[in-house]
Design a protein around this ligand. Structure first.
Ligand code: ATP
Length: 334
């Protein structure tokens, strides 16, 4: 089975071809990079309008090349239906509907956060892991129960990457801030910041204000970055451990762009080792937003007959992962 995936929830205009026979995932991405400030929804949508046709064309050329010149040889078109920025999602949805109708193949509407989880399950071969999604606009723990991925814990305010990016905007660094914080933290000494975990949920807004205040009071930026990483990642690790304990699961997968941070992966790996659990982090191209994960989940959905008609294919900027009926797993996988 060969599936084209299209992603464009926020910053990555991305298309991919997944071939389930060979396992190959070909990804073509074009990132939106704001000149200043954070992601501006209108500018991001303009980027999608320009870049999505380009990345899709490249992937279709690849599809034709790898199909012995016998047309595209594509069995379905999967797209990110949400959550994400509405103006961006609408462009992705329009492109996917047009492509599916042109190729005369089924349309597959994928939840972006479930795709972050499923690419980890795909790569690890784990049956029923807990997933920590640490991305720009989100931060949550997911676990499977009775046909759905349940949200076991989540942020009470901003996503984890967005919180880090707000601090880096304050100190004048360009977007995205996460990699710059990782680099600066390597040179810094730990600076104490508020640690906010409430039950299974966490909050980042107070830490961000304290980090900005510390920087304004003259604490070296490297020290604030070190404190930020240690504090935020310890919070995520604590709740991930509690989610493993609560569900009795011994498999953890990581999803989302913040998962590219080596210190976060180190803390999660150490926690899993201490409790005898297995930990899997996908390679970076599958952690940050990418159409490969959309195509891979799309293939599973097509195999399960979970397709969408055009009239029911509206995008949903607030599409929560626990609203998705998980049609592609056997019940015994619970
Ligand atoms: P979502 O998947 O919730 O829609 P998103 O669209 O913002 O999130 P992602 O690609 O998952 O996109 O994550 C982007 C975020 O990852 C940004 O906030 C960025 O600063 C952060 N990030 C990237 N690299 C690192 C790193 N090395 N350390 C920490 N954060 C990082």
């Amino acid at each position: 089975m060969r599936i084209v995936g299209i992603e464009g929830t926020a910053w990555a205009a991305s298309a991919a071809l997944f071939d389930s026979e060979t396992g190959e995932v070909f990804i073509e991405s074009d990132p939106y990079e704001p000149d200043s400030g954070g992601i501006h929804p209108r500018e991001a949508a303009e980027h999608m309008g320009d870049a999505i046709p380009e990345v899709v064309s490249t992937v279709l050329e690849r599809a034709a090349e790898t199909n012995d010149g016998d047309g595209a040889g594509v069995d379905g078109v999967a797209f990110s239906r949400g959550p994400g920025l509405g103006p961006c999602l609408r462009i992705v949805g329009t492109a996917a509907r047009a492509l599916a109708q042109t190729l005369d193949v089924p349309l597959l509407g994928v939840n972006h956060m479930v795709a972050h989880l499923e690419i980890g399950r795909h790569g690890s071969g784990f049956d029923s892991p807990v997933c920590l999604n640490a991305s720009g606009a989100n931060a949550h723990l997911l676990g499977y129960h009775n046909g759905r991925y349940r949200v076991l814990g989540e942020t009470m305010d901003t996503g984890v990457g967005n919180a880090i990016d707000k601090f880096t905007r304050h100190v004048g660094w360009t977007h995205p801030g996460g990699p710059k914080v990782e680099e600066a933290a390597a040179e810094g000494d730990y600076h104490d910041l508020p640690y906010v975990v409430k039950g299974m949920d966490f909050s980042f807004s107070g830490i961000m204000s304290a980090a900005k205040d510390a920087y304004d009071d003259g604490v070296p930026v490297e020290d604030v970055c070190r404190g930020l990483q240690e504090t935020i990642f310890a919070m995520l690790t604590e709740v991930a451990e509690r989610a493993l304990s609560l569900t009795g699961t011994d498999e953890l997968v990581l999803g989302g762009g913040v998962g590219q941070n080596a210190r976060l992966r180190e803390m999660l790996a150490e926690m899993c080792e201490q409790r005898g659990a297995e930990f899997y982090a996908p390679e970076p191209r599958f952690l940050r937003d990418n159409a490969g994960m959309i195509a891979v989940l799309g293939a599973r959905m097509l195999a399960a007959g979970d397709t969408l008609s055009v009239p029911e294919s509206a995008v949903d900027p607030n599409f929560r992962p626990d609203r998705v009926p998980v049609t592609w797993r056997d019940d015994e996988e619970s």
